[in-house]
Design a protein around this ligand. Structure first.
Ligand SMILES: *Cc1c(COP(=O)(O)O)cnc(C)c1O
Length: 839
């Protein structure tokens, strides 16, 4: 057996990646691969890999990484290394290829079983469930989150360490040719092909091509688990097996299951019993049954795949059935909620292991709105690892981050508390059980801090969550931050390199939130934020937002606060310029950044053509301000019928801005486009664009709507259900009459929540159990009534969808005779916001 080197050093990396030294100091041990300078845990032992994508060039972050302490770099550009004298630089042709090669070479040193999973759906669930099922028997490493891409796979496989006894990785592809690379990196011994569906088929000619491509993952495998009930999959697998044999490749044996035909594991009956499913099957002439705490078809399929793998690995049946019963849902998102005393709660109380803890700690780190960060962690129940060693590592991760308080719950953490106590800057307390903690809860203060709650299920942290979370009004606006990032990237992909992005977060980020959204935008590297009023800007600053912020409607009485908080005013008249200059002079600041707004036809705020000459005169002699940008706003960028008008605005903008810049000794940025301008007028992007509505997943010109994801979902509940006799009426003014017997639901949303009265009287519907229910009669202040005669399964307390990606806000706007902007910004502040982040 080959032993695995404990240490991987730069010399080995050079060999594995087929690189050459661009600069060589002493060889250093490498523990961590980093592609994002915002996520460096151990800089001195990290290798920064400068990846190039269409949006970003990692080489431009080398200085940042170096300043954070990184001394080892993998690059594909012969850059000047003089500013980094004590660093190692390895030069390769393509950094992504090199990353894949070096991880593939390192992988070959490990002799433990590796499970590789691919397929259209269920990859992440099967991976997480196999982890739940097998980690008790084998110390297991797995892909974090759904890291299954060309970059995610090598980063996952790199996590293999000598102490691991089993590895589980997933692989996903979007184009032909990709799986070949991933197969060479993962080199699974046991393969799982979950299923084949329509997802992500764009890059492929047909289903067979897609299957054959995915099968490339299993080129070196000896076992393959799959379901025979997908006929095309079955045929392709058999062919693949023969091809391997014919080519003198390895022998692939199949482990099949089926509900229809003969198979290794033949499913006989699936009986649903309340919220459980009993699955009965025949295996080697033996009758076996498992019970899982799920009843939906996807969960059943995923569980059967796991069952096959466990049988294949020789796990005894009684162990399988006990663990199957304990399967728990895989939380694919981290939820951010408002907590008591102005705190923020990240609730991740489903599982607890090192990989998922690190993901959650990263997310905690991003909560810049609070200076104070607290972690509440339960014992991690990693049987396969010595406690002392595990908690030593956890304590190290905690101490490397901006965390001031640690609360450990469980006997093992209690026993190993000294690992945490030796960090003098960390306040740490320990409890032997969740109940002990709950008894002392009233003695502990939680105030204006971000709190990560992370506990294994047996520790029932939901009890703690109930105490920490602010009670939620039954109407909730839930905002999907991952969708927001997706939308941002869709718009960024439309910009030429170098064009900057200003994100509009005015009006409480179009109703979606303040620092929660701004934090994410800052983290995503947006260049500027823009708010309407000084107060909005001040609250962002107080919440730790440090990036430039433009204020569009500053009033002269707040100029001192703007300067104090480094907010940059829009200047739209000579008068406002004079007032601001006077304040700058009083406060003795010079060269303060301001933004000149030109009126090119919108006729809202801004300098008109005849104002430019006096403006230039004022600016020329003015040392107190510096024009950071000149901009204007398009009145009808979304409308093709107005393109001539838009062109006229652009021409006026060119002329007026030139008149100003000709007289300035420096070059201000120019910007003109809003969301629909970005989409429809690529020639008018100038130096920066101002992205508003599009960020939240709505696009007025409708040309890009399909690529975007609606960010917000407004939900409420059924407060009461009533049977209405024929002839009775419902609501104020008796506007709705029951012409036949009718069942109504009174739902907890009204015009005071932002559900407009214009949606009443059957104009709109909501969704209950996925079915449309018409709003009948008049919308009241806090409630309205919907017709649920055709939804007999509806119960009091059930969820009601008011708008969501399935019932788009654009549809509601159409019903209400308004625009999405008005509905989005109109959701009342009394409606609680909840933030979701897919992981
Ligand atoms: C609101 C606003 C935007 C953003 O407009 P969207 O249509 O939401 O993209 C851009 N510029 C200015 C001046 C704005 O007021």
């Amino acid at each position: 057996m080959v032993t695995v080197e404990q240490r991987t050093d730069t010399g080995q990396i050079l060999k594995w990646s087929n690189g050459t030294w661009l600069q060589h100091n002493a060889d250093k041990a490498i523990e961590e691969l980093v592609i994002d300078t915002r996520k460096i845990a151990q800089p001195s032992q990290a290798l920064f890999i400068a990846l190039k994508s269409s949006r970003r060039d990692g080489h431009s972050f080398i200085k940042d990484a170096y300043e954070k302490g990184v001394r080892n770099f993998l690059v594909s550009v012969e850059l000047d290394t003089a500013p980094f004298p004590d660093a190692n630089f390895i030069l390769v042709k393509d950094t992504l290829v090199a990353l894949q090669q070096l991880v593939g070479a390192r992988r070959k040193q490990f002799k433990i079983p590796v499970i590789g999973i691919t397929g259209s759906n269920g990859k992440t669930i099967v991976k997480e469930w196999l982890y739940q099922l097998l980690n008790e028997s084998y110390n297991t490493v797995r892909s974090p989150k759904s890291y299954n891409s060309q970059i995610g796979v090598p980063l996952s496989v790199w996590l293999m360490k000598p102490q691991h006894k089993l590895a589980i990785f997933e692989a996903g592809i979007s184009q032909p040719g990709e799986m070949e690379h991933l197969g060479g990196i993962i080199r699974p011994d046991i393969g799982v092909f979950t299923n084949i569906g329509e997802a992500h088929s764009e890059g492929f000619l047909n289903t067979r091509q897609k299957i054959n491509e995915k099968l490339m993952l299993f080129r070196y495998a000896s076992q393959l688990v799959y379901c025979k009930d997908y006929p095309e999959l079955n045929e392709c697998v058999v062919q693949f097996m023969h091809q391997l044999k014919g080519a003198g490749g390895n022998h692939l044996s199949l482990f099949t299951w089926s509900q229809k035909v003969e198979a290794d594991l033949q499913i006989k009956h699936i009986v649903k019993d309340g919220n459980k499913a009993n699955i009965e099957a025949l295996w080697k002439d033996e009758q076996l049954t498992i019970t899982i705490p799920f009843t939906d078809p996807a969960s059943i399929e995923n569980a059967i795949h796991c069952w096959c793998v466990m049988l294949l690995m020789g796990i005894p049946h009684d162990v399988i059935s006990t663990r199957m019963m304990a399967l728990h849902p895989v939380s694919m998102r981290l939820e951010l909620r408002q907590g008591i005393n102005d705190s923020t709660i990240i609730n991740d109380s489903y599982n607890s292991d090192l990989t998922s803890l690190l993901i959650a700690l990263d997310y905690l780190e991003q909560q810049k709105q609070h200076r104070q960060h607290t972690v509440i962690l339960s014992d991690m129940l990693q049987i396969a690892r010595a406690d002392a060693d595990l908690y030593e590592e956890v304590a190290e991760h905690i101490s490397r981050r901006n965390i001031q308080r640690f609360i450990g719950i469980g006997p093992s953490l209690y026993k190993n508390r000294l690992s945490f106590k030796k960090n003098k800057k960390l306040r740490s307390v320990f409890f032997k059980s969740t109940d002990d903690f709950l008894k002392k809860f009233h003695l502990i203060t939680f105030d204006s801090e971000a709190i990560l709650l992370k506990g294994a299920r047996v520790f029932t942290f939901e009890k703690i969550a109930t105490l920490l979370e602010q009670k939620v009004h039954q109407t909730v606006l839930s905002i999907n931050l991952s969708s927001l990032t997706h939308n941002l990237n869709v718009f960024r992909s439309k910009l030429k390199p170098g064009v900057k992005t200003m994100a509009m977060v005015k009006a409480f980020s179009y109703g979606s939130g303040s620092y929660e959204i701004a934090n994410l935008l800052q983290y995503s590297g947006v260049d500027y934020l823009s708010v309407a009023y000084t107060d909005e800007g001040v609250s962002l600053r107080k919440a730790g937002i440090t990036m430039p912020i433009m204020v569009m409607s500053p009033d002269a009485t707040s100029f001192d606060r703007m300067i104090a908080w480094k907010l940059e005013p829009e200047i739209f008249s000579t008068q406002s310029l004079r007032a601001f200059t006077a304040m700058a002079q009083t406060l003795q600041v010079q060269g303060y950044p301001v933004h000149i707004k030109l009126d090119t036809g919108m006729h809202r705020l801004g300098f008109m053509a005849h104002d430019i000459e006096p403006l230039v005169k004022e600016l020329e002699l003015n040392p107190y301000v510096k024009v950071a940008s000149i901009f204007s706003h398009l009145a009808a960028s979304e409308d093709p019928a107005e393109d001539a008008f838009t062109a006229g605005q652009a021409a006026a903008f060119d002329q007026m801005s030139k008149q100003i810049t000709d007289h300035l000794p420096y070059k201000p940025m120019l910007h003109l486009c809003n969301s629909s301008g970005i989409v429809r007028h690529p020639a008018l992007h100038y130096d920066m664009v101002r992205l508003g509505l599009g960020l939240y997943g709505v696009e007025s010109s409708k040309t890009m709507q399909k690529q975007l994801r609606q960010v917000s979902t407004l939900k409420t509940i059924i407060a009461q259900i009533k049977d209405i006799p024929v002839g009775d009426t419902v609501g104020y003014g008796r506007k709705a009459v029951a012409t036949s017997e009718m069942r109504t639901a009174t739902i907890s949303i009204g015009y005071a929540d932002g559900y407009p009265r214009s949606l009443g009287n059957s104009k709109a519907h909501v969704l209950i159990h996925g079915k449309p229910a018409k709003v009948i009669g008049v919308v009241c202040m806090d409630m309205c009534m919907v017709d649920i005669t055709h939804i007999p399964e509806a119960r009091e307390g059930d969820e009601v969808i008011v708008f969501s990606p399935e019932l788009p806000i654009t549809q509601l706007a159409e019903w209400a005779g308004t625009i999405p902007y008005e509905l989005m910004t109109g959701v009342s502040q009394r409606v609680k916001r909840v933030y979701e982040n897919e992981i």
